[in-house]
Design a protein. Structure first.
Ligand code: NG1
Length: 566
């Protein structure tokens, strides 16, 4: 049997829930949700679903805000997921729908009553172009209106559909037309909590439209994407909602395998390596109840951090005189450079983008010391005790003229700020990259003392949180409180000694959302009780609500398509 690298494997098509969740026990917990989804689909649409697309959320164990700098990260899929039941709309039910049987039209319903029914249809403008013979028709790519100004549930559905249309229904082929589709969505990944509900929505929507259009059936099956291809399409799709996202969430949601975390790296191309965790390690998620709405706040928060991180790399590459741009005659073609590329070029490992050397802990450590020293000299302001620099200072130090810099680095960001924290952001990214590799190394090391492994992993998580809070400024006072509560478990007497909490940190983009804590398997129950009792915002909540706020999670199965067989 050939073992495919995880990203090259095909998207699994399952026909039992045990396969979907990786174990019978987990499947049993979810069976009622699935039944309800299928029942409601029939009630709402008058016909049965043909597929359910499933994509899980993820918890990031370590490696925050470094995927878009092209450094590897270490997430795991969680059990919580988004499910989308779907089917082509049969001609017999057309009378019931106002938009009838228009190609590609979608009726989207959500089991959650807060989200209302949406009906939409992609358009493909056929125009007579001046660059083609007069009698020829130029066909523009498919288009769907996505409202980026406010967070709407169907935007994520549309984002998934967009990629399917433009990758699988070529605009130049008039015969290739998507079918009308009915979909029903449900999910239990809490939105805005750092557990990647958005990636789970986009991945499941992408899969649902592929499935409903028969891409996994019979003769069309050879065109179906691999897991790695699906990740790339989902990343592209998520950007349509207005977030310049890295690739961590989509990779974890698509490629994860039960029982292992994933080390996901992006250079020279997407690669995912399953990482076994120490036997006694259990990760517990806790929700701060501060909702972090990434899409709406992107320009002050997430996208601004992406811009600062990329600008830091540009300034460093200029200071180090690295040849990162291509030239065409007298014209220099500017492009975005990542901190990882700066490090690779500075360390001499950058060869035709094929370097993998920086995944080696020793090499990364060597390169870092140098680059951090230079960052400290160059990225800080020249005068005063500030750490931030102004837009003018930043442009001056970039070696680019203002128009170019705005075009390449700021046009997509629309950041409402005049100050940029380049040094602190670069310091976080470079040091966090090192923490990820150490974490991976400890997990991969055979033998050794289990307790000391857990302590090392926990310390890395604590340091990561402190860096997210101080250097990257992406935590939130309540998230810091929750981390303090988690860490204070070490003072609690459990009957087996003091509580074994090894580390606790924010997870995901931050500015609210969840924390993840590394706890000894035997102490998990006591730990969960402690957090429920001590975190002030949980006061007065019912046991049922609390159970959805604080929960232990084992690394779960990645995305799949469930096919109904009769
Ligand atoms: P969240 O917001 O937690 O799903 C986001 C990005 C990740 C990564 C983390 C920070 C998206 C879809 N996800 O995750 O790629 O950059 O922030 O480490 O934008």
């Amino acid at each position: 049997m050939t073992v495919l690298p995880a990203a090259d494997a095909p998207i699994p098509i399952f026909t039992t829930l045990k396969e979907v969740y990786g174990s019978l026990a987990t499947a049993a917990k979810h069976a009622e949700r699935w039944d309800q989804l299928v029942r409601e689909f029939e009630t709402k649409f008058g016909h049965k679903p043909t597929y359910v697309a499933r994509a899980p959320g993820r918890v990031n164990l370590i490696g925050e805000h470094i995927d878009y700098a092209d450094f590897g990260v270490l997430p795991a899929a969680i059990e919580h997921d988004i499910l989308i039941a779907c089917a082509p709309r049969p001609a017999s039910t057309v009378a019931a729908h106002p938009d009838g049987h228009a190609p590609g039209s979608v009726v989207a319903e959500n089991l959650h009553t807060r989200y209302t029914r949406q009906v939409f249809m992609p358009t493909r403008r056929h125009t007579l172009g001046d660059d083609v013979p007069l009698d020829a028709v130029r066909v523009a790519p498919w288009h769907l209106d996505i409202d980026k100004s406010e967070l709407r549930w169907e935007s994520y559905v549309k984002a998934g559909y967009y990629g399917v249309l433009n990758h699988f229904f070529s605009p130049s082929s008039v015969s290739s037309v998507p079918v009308p589709v009915d979909i029903l969505v449900t999910g239990n990944v809490p939105p805005g909590s750092g557990l990647s509900s958005s990636a789970a929505m986009v991945v499941s929507s992408t899969l649902a439209f592929l499935a409903a259009n028969g891409i996994f059936d019979g003769e069309k099956a050879p065109t179906k994407p691999t897991k790695g291809e699906l990740v790339n399409i989902a990343m592209e799709n998520e950007r349509r909602v207005g977030v310049n996202s890295g690739g961590m969430d989509q990779s974890a949601s698509v490629i994860a395998l039960p029982g292992s975390a994933l080390y996901v790296s992006f250079v020279p191309s997407l690669h995912a390596e399953p990482i076994g965790l120490p036997r006694d390690a259990v990760f517990v998620c806790a929700n701060s109840l501060v909702v972090s709405n990434k899409a709406e706040s992107a320009k002050h928060q997430y996208n601004l951090r992406v811009a600062e991180t990329l600008a830091a790399a540009r300034l460093l590459s200029h200071r180090l005189n690295l040849q990162v741009d291509s030239t065409d005659g007298d014209n220099t073609k500017r492009r975005l450079v990542t901190l990882r590329e700066v490090l690779a070029r500075k360390s001499g490992f950058y060869q035709d983008e094929q370097d993998a050397q920086l995944e080696d802990l020793g090499q990364l450590r060597k390169g870092l010391v140098d680059v951090l020293g230079i960052a400290m000299d160059y990225l800080l302001p020249e005068f005063g005790n500030r750490t931030d620099i102004s837009l003018d200072e930043m442009i001056n130090k970039s070696g680019m003229d203002e128009a170019e810099f705005r075009e390449v680095y700021l046009s997509g960001v629309d950041a409402e700020t005049t100050k940029f924290e380049l040094y602190l952001r670069a310091q976080h990214v470079l040091e966090e990259a090192l923490k990820v590799l150490k974490f991976r190394e400890v997990c991969l090391a055979g033998g050794g003392n289990e307790e000391s492994k857990l302590q090392t992993l926990g310390k890395l998580m604590n340091d990561s949180h402190d860096s997210c809070h101080r250097q990257f400024d992406c935590s939130h006072p309540k998230v810091n409180d929750l981390v303090r509560v988690a860490r204070s478990f070490r003072e609690v007497e459990t009957g087996r000694g003091k509580g074994r909490i090894y580390g606790s940190r924010m997870t995901g983009a931050g500015w609210g959302g969840c924390t993840v804590s590394l706890v000894h398997r035997e102490d998990v129950e006591a730990f969960i009780k402690h957090v429920k009792k001590k975190y002030a915002s949980y006061e007065g909540m019912s046991e049922e609500d609390l159970a959805s706020c604080v929960f232990a999670t084992e690394p779960g199965m990645g995305a799949c398509v469930y096919k109904f067989t009769n």
